[in-house]
Design a protein around this ligand. Structure first.
Ligand code: HEM
Length: 419
């Protein structure tokens, strides 16, 4: 790679930056990404050259077959971001660094080491009793609803959709979902995953690490029936540092996607008349709405990513060793190749919303996420049966992120509940 003396090394011939690459940002992604994916697919095929923040080149995989291929061939497309050939071009304050910068967690491990770490997480999550989790989520939901039920209005994303899965995840890991200590952890997790103006995400992340370290120490001394204790006691013998890293990954991985799954499902139920007729009575409708969201408005719409292990071909493109490959999960779910009659939205769960292959969202996390999201949505509709949007559907806005598809706010009205 030739250094031009500027901040960005010149990409060599064949690099995505040289082929009419499309900036992977902009308003269309926030409001109607599906149209943009369609036009990208028309123009570039199943694998499009794109530019990440700061015009850093990468490939966006839009085809269902191609995403499935990438995710099931770790020997060609691996997870350790240190493989990236663009590191010399990445500034210290690059906005995607928190997601792409290497960390010694399960997310960036490969091969045998990944199987060891992911195996411990899978075993620990398998120990979660789904009925108990549903009961816990209902208690959390009732407490959250009680905080705003008397007022007749609320903003559901902050008071409910984000708050509930965070508390559920913390509780699964062995902390009570109430108490000052937990409140502080929940608040610090929120700041580090989703900082608002004036927040200090770095300081919050340091506090999260310290609190999780204490939790691991407490559970080593006094194990209980929780995910943390099961990870500690697993015969694989993870070190405390590994457990802290992987617990943070589990909580972070659980929180944002599940929160946006809840928010996007509530939006669908409150704005689409196919569901409006029977939301309050129809349990089946909630299940259908949850599934439809995974096909059409999936929370993790793009996932970064994989890094090519060696020069290879994908969707007719020449991919170089070390190239970054972004998984276009939302685009893959609506690929016309799998929906030839332009009808998208099946009752099955063959979507790629939980990804695929060795690094997919680990079984049984999707089932637990379903319990959390379903309980959240059903409890809210049962407690506040006349819940309606407080704004016109067109006034709802999406977060300015090409990675997570979620609403900025979801204002709602209902008859105040006298407690
Ligand atoms: C209880 C809730 C959840 C937990 C505990 C959880 C846990 C995890 C963990 C530990 C990973 C890392 C796997 C690895 O690198 O080996 C992961 C990956 C992932 N999860 Fe989840 N998750 C949850 C909910 C969700 C939801 C609701 C979605 C989206 C609908 C989702 C989508 C994903 C995706 C797309 C990946 C990336 C897989 C890849 O690299 O190919 N997860 N999850």
């Amino acid at each position: 790679m030739t250094d031009t003396g500027s901040d960005h090394p010149t990409p060599p011939p064949g690099c995505p930056a040289h082929q009419g690459a499309v900036p992977l940002a902009g308003l269309e992604y926030q409001q109607a990404p599906s149209q943009l994916y369609r036009s990208l697919r028309r123009e570039h095929g199943a694998v499009a050259p794109v530019l990440l923040d700061g015009d850093v080149p990468a490939w966006l995989v839009l085809g269902y077959t191609e995403v499935s291929y990438v995710t099931s061939h770790d020997e060609l497309f691996a997870r350790d971001s240190r493989r990236w050939n663009q590191w010399p071009a990445i500034p210290q304050d690059w906005p995607l660094l928190p997601f792409v910068g290497y960390q010694p967690s399960v997310l960036f491990t490969e091969g045998e080491e990944h199987r060891r770490r992911a195996g411990v997480i899978t075993q620990a999550l398998e120990g979660v009793d789904q009925f108990e989790l549903a009961r816990d989520c209902q208690v959390i939901a009732d407490r959250l609803i009680a905080d705003f039920a008397g007022s007749g209005r609320t903003e559901l994303m902050s008071t409910y959709a984000h708050a509930l899965p965070m508390r559920a995840a913390v509780q699964m890991c062995g902390m009570p979902h109430q108490g000052t200590d937990t409140q502080q952890l929940v608040e610090d997790l929120r700041i580090s995953l989703d900082a608002a103006e004036g927040d200090d995400p770095v300081a919050a992340y340091v506090r999260v690490g310290e609190r999780i370290q204490r939790l691991v120490k407490e559970k080593r001394d006094r194990p209980g029936p929780d995910v943390t204790s099961r990870m500690i006691l697993d015969p694989a013998g993870l070190t405390d540092e590994e457990i802290v890293q992987d617990l943070i990954s589990v909580i972070a991985a659980a929180q944002q996607p599940t929160a946006n799954w809840i928010g996007n499902t509530l939006r669908l139920l409150l704005t689409d008349e196919r569901f409006a007729l029977n939301v309050s009575g129809g349990r089946l409708s909630v299940g259908e709405a949850l599934n439809e969201v995974l096909w059409l408005d999936t929370p993790t719409q793009n996932f970064i990513g994989r890094w090519a292990v060696r020069d290879t071909q994908l969707g007719g493109r020449q991919i170089r060793a070390g190239d970054c490959v972004v998984l276009g999960l939302a685009a893959a779910n609506t690929d016309p190749q799998i929906w030839p009659e332009a009808h998208v939205g099946a009752e099955n769960s063959a979507h790629l919303s939980f990804s695929n292959g060795e690094h997919r969202c680990p079984y049984p996390a999707p089932l637990l996420a379903d319990v959390i999201a379903r309980t959240a949505v059903e409890t809210l509709l049962e407690r506040l049966p006349d819940l309606v949007l407080a704004v016109e559907p067109e006034e709802l806005t999406w977060r300015p992120s090409i990675w997570m598809r979620g609403l900025t706010t979801l204002p709602a009205l209902f008859t105040p509940v006298v407690q």
